[in-house]
Design a protein around this ligand. Sequence first.
Ligand code: HEC
Ligand code: HEC
Ligand code: HEC
Ligand code: HEC
Ligand code: HEC
Ligand code: HEC
Length: 311
Amino acid sequence: MQKRTSFMGVVLALVVLLVGTSSVFAQVQVTDCMGCHNDTTVITEKQTALSEAVHGTGEAFGRGTSAGCAGCHSGGAFSAMVAAGLTPDTVEAGDPNPTRQSCRACHQIHTGYTVADWALETTAPVALYAFENVTYDGGKGNLCANCHQPRRAIAAADADGNIAVTSTHWGPHHGPQSAMLLGTGGAGGVAGVPSFHYRLVGDTCVTCHIGADNGHTFEAVASSCDECHAEEDDIDGAQAAVAAQIAELGDLLIAKGLLDEAGHPVVGVYPAAQASALWNYIFISIEDGSSGAHNPPYTKALLDASIAALQ
Ligand code: HEC
Ligand code: HEC
Ligand code: HEC
Ligand code: HEC
Ligand code: HEC
Ligand code: HEC
């Protein structure tokens, strides 16, 4: 009780302040605040989930101090980027006080001060900046695609047919899931098409990772598959088959000296087919992380071609 009283004290002080200082806020009523700040768990249940999710616990937000990383790694910089109509590659300054992917990064919290502020920060289609003319248009999942997109495509082979692996961080960068769903971003000339999961699952990422109950751990929600998959569909078996192929490819890459035992690329200049196989391994295994679920046929085609190139 004590806590609620002091919170409402803050709320009232803020409302008085806001009403006094700006005509925009002249409309704001304390009852608007109470649409969210009330005796339900509408906020706390999401805070609890987020406190167990990578978005709420991971350390990568610290990268948000650099301009090249801020748009995706700092929640505050992401909101500012969206408001300015910029993309992650055009953000000009780092965020000196980076934040995690919090409520404010994804929702329009405290912009209108009504329950309409649960609206997502953006759902506009996302032109993937590592490619030309590739746009992710997957409903509310577009929010996620802003950050979960590759930063790089693989370089073309040089005149000798080689591709240089330039650093131990070589590859498409973490979080290329949107490209995987679209059937692009792999290497070695393997053709891909947008996954049935991109074409048929309304709101894409949000449907599978948040689900009908609005869960906020952002892990894939098993019940979201039920709409299309019967119990006898062996989803685990399909993912296990992909995992086995990933392990086979990893062993081949280690044997050829392109990958070290810790799973990092080995810097060097390699025939294009071998470098492409390494790229695909990183893309699928380390970065996409869905064991094929995002785009089963494209994942399988990339693994088949990569394994064949090393045998
Ligand atoms: C759309 C729902 C919503 C509405 C409406 C809303 N808030 Fe909030 N408020 C939030 C959320 C979400 C947070 C952040 C919780 C977190 O960070 O975990 C928050 C945080 C706060 C905090 C804690 C400090 C901070 O900024 O994080 C205060 C104080 C606050 N709100 C006051 C208000 C007042 C006053 C109003 C009305 C003028 C209002 N809120 C309207 C959702 C809302
Ligand atoms: C502002 C950028 C941003 C947005 C928007 C965003 N993410 Fe993320 N996401 C990240 C970053 C950065 C990480 C890694 C955080 C860390 O490790 O500290 C991450 C991590 C994750 C993880 C955990 C991955 C792992 O390695 O365990 C999942 C799952 C995820 N995001 C799904 C989503 C979904 C689904 C959406 C849309 C509802 C979304 N994200 C929206 C930036 C974002
Ligand atoms: C286009 C958005 C985007 C940009 C720009 C970006 N990242 Fe990331 N980064 C992500 C996402 C999304 C994840 C989480 C992926 C996942 O866990 O699946 C991530 C994860 C990471 C991780 C955590 C990896 C791990 O395994 O825990 C590091 C470290 C990282 N990024 C470094 C950087 C650095 C350094 C920069 C700037 C030079 C940068 N990122 C720029 C989107 C981005
Ligand atoms: C990574 C992005 C992300 C983060 C972080 C996030 N949310 Fe959400 N949230 C979503 C998405 C996406 C939905 C589904 C929206 C929809 O279906 O319209 C959602 C739905 C919700 C809903 C239901 C909205 C409605 O219209 O009924 C509430 C409430 C909510 N979030 C609260 C929070 C709170 C509180 C926090 C912080 C503790 C938070 N969210 C953090 C992405 C996020
Ligand atoms: C058809 C449902 C579906 C769709 C659509 C979908 N995902 Fe996934 N996602 C999954 C499944 C299933 C996994 C694998 C989870 C597992 O095996 O534990 C996964 C894995 C992931 C991971 C790795 C999680 C980890 O623990 O490392 C991230 C990050 C992710 N998805 C983000 C996204 C983003 C971003 C989008 C949209 C661009 C998206 N997903 C669309 C079902 C989906
Ligand atoms: C809107 C419908 C829809 C939803 C929702 C959906 N899927 Fe699918 N999924 C499909 C279709 C269509 C196929 C292709 C079936 C075929 O080829 O016989 C498929 C195939 C798959 C495959 C490949 C199976 C194989 O044998 O290779 C996997 C794995 C998979 N889905 C996982 C999932 C997971 C996990 C979820 C939930 C997180 C999910 N799907 C949600 C429609 C859906």
